[in-house]
Design a protein around this ligand. Structure first.
Ligand SMILES: N[C@@H](CCC(=O)N[C@@H](CS)C(=O)NCC(=O)O)C(=O)O
Length: 242
C-alpha cells in the first residue's frame, strides 16, 4: 500500500516537473506555393526557437474537397491576378528563386499532388530531415526551373539529384497502406480542427491539446508571439536553394 502511494506521488511529481512546452504542427502540400513560403519560414526559425516543430505532409485536395471551399484564389479571376503578383512579391521577401511555371493556374487546379505527398510521407518514415530536403528540392525544381513534380518519375529525378539511398525502395514504400494511412490521418487531423487551406498549423500544449489553429505563411509573426519566441523575419541568410 505504502509502495503504491510512493509510486503515485512520484509520477505526480514527474508530471509537474515537465516543462509546459507548446508545440507546432505544420501541415503542408507541395501543390501549395504558400506552403513553400511557410515551410521555409518555419524551418529557418527552428534555429532560433526552442519550440518543437512537427512537419506534417497532408493532402490539400482532400481538404478542399471536404470543405467544399469555393474561395480558392485561383478560381476567382481578380484574386488569381493578385495571387500571381503576390507569389513573386512573397518569394522575394523569403529570398526564394521563383517564377510562375507555364500554364500555372491550370496546372494548380487540375493536377493531383497525391504522388509527391505520399513519397514525402515515405521519406519522413525514414528520416524527417530527408523528407524536408525532398520537399524543398521539389518546390525548387518547380518554381526555379518550371519543371513538373507530380509523377513518380519526376520525383525520382529529384531523389536521384539528391543522391537519396535506395530511392526505389522509397518509391515502392509510397504505395504502401501504411503511407496512405498516414497521409489520410494527417489530412483528417487538420480537417478535424477546422482546416480549409494551406499551409495550416496547430499550436498544441505538451499533451497534444490544440490551443490555436493558424492559416497562412503570413501568420508566422503571430505564431512566434503566441509561442513566446522571436520572429526574425525572412532570415534570408538561412536559405538553402539559391
Ligand atoms: N495569406 C496566405 C494565403 C495562403 C493561401 O492562399 N493558400 C492557398 C493554397 S496555396 C489556400 O489554401 N487557399 C484557400 C483559401 O484562401 O480559402 C499566405 O500568405 O500564406
Amino acid at each position: 500500500m505504502l509502495q503504491l502511494l510512493y509510486h503515485v506521488l512520484l509520477s505526480r511529481l514527474r508530471i509537474s516537473k515537465m516543462p509546459n512546452r507548446k508545440q507546432v504542427k505544420f501541415f503542408f502540400d507541395v501543390i501549395s506555393p504558400y506552403s513553400y513560403f511557410g515551410f521555409e519560414g518555419i524551418t529557418r526559425h527552428r534555429t532560433v526557437w526552442k519550440t518543437p516543430i512537427q512537419m506534417k505532409p497532408f493532402f490539400f485536395a482532400g481538404v478542399v474537397r471536404h470543405t467544399e471551399n469555393p474561395g480558392l484564389p485561383l478560381r476567382v479571376p481578380i484574386k488569381e491576378k493578385y495571387m500571381h503578383k503576390d507569389l513573386l512579391f512573397s518569394a522575394q521577401y523569403w529570398g526564394i528563386p521563383f517564377r510562375l511555371p507555364k500554364d500555372y493556374t491550370n496546372v494548380m487546379l487540375n493536377t493531383s499532388s497525391i504522388v509527391p505527398q505520399r513519397i514525402l510521407v515515405a521519406a519522413q518514415l525514414r528520416d524527417n530531415a530527408l523528407m524536408e530536403d525532398v520537399a524543398r528540392a521539389l518546390w525548387h525544381r518547380f518554381y526555379a526551373y518550371g519543371k513538373p513534380i507530380f509523377t513518380k518519375s519526376q520525383v525520382a529525378e529529384v531523389l536521384r539529384d539528391l543522391h537519396v539511398k535506395n530511392s526505389d525502395e522509397l518509391l515502392m514504400m509510397s504505395d504502401s497502406a501504411e503511407v496512405k494511412n498516414i497521409l489520410r490521418e494527417n489530412t483528417d487531423e487538420a480537417i478535424g480542427n477546422g482546416c480549409f487551406g494551406a499551409p495550416w498549423m496547430h499550436i498544441t500544449d505538451n499533451h497534444g491539446k490544440v490551443l490555436q489553429t493558424v492559416f497562412g505563411s503570413d501568420r508566422l509573426p503571430q505564431v512566434a508571439d503566441f509561442l513566446d519566441e522571436p520572429f526574425k523575419g525572412p532570415m534570408r541568410e538561412k536559405k538553402q536553394n539559391a
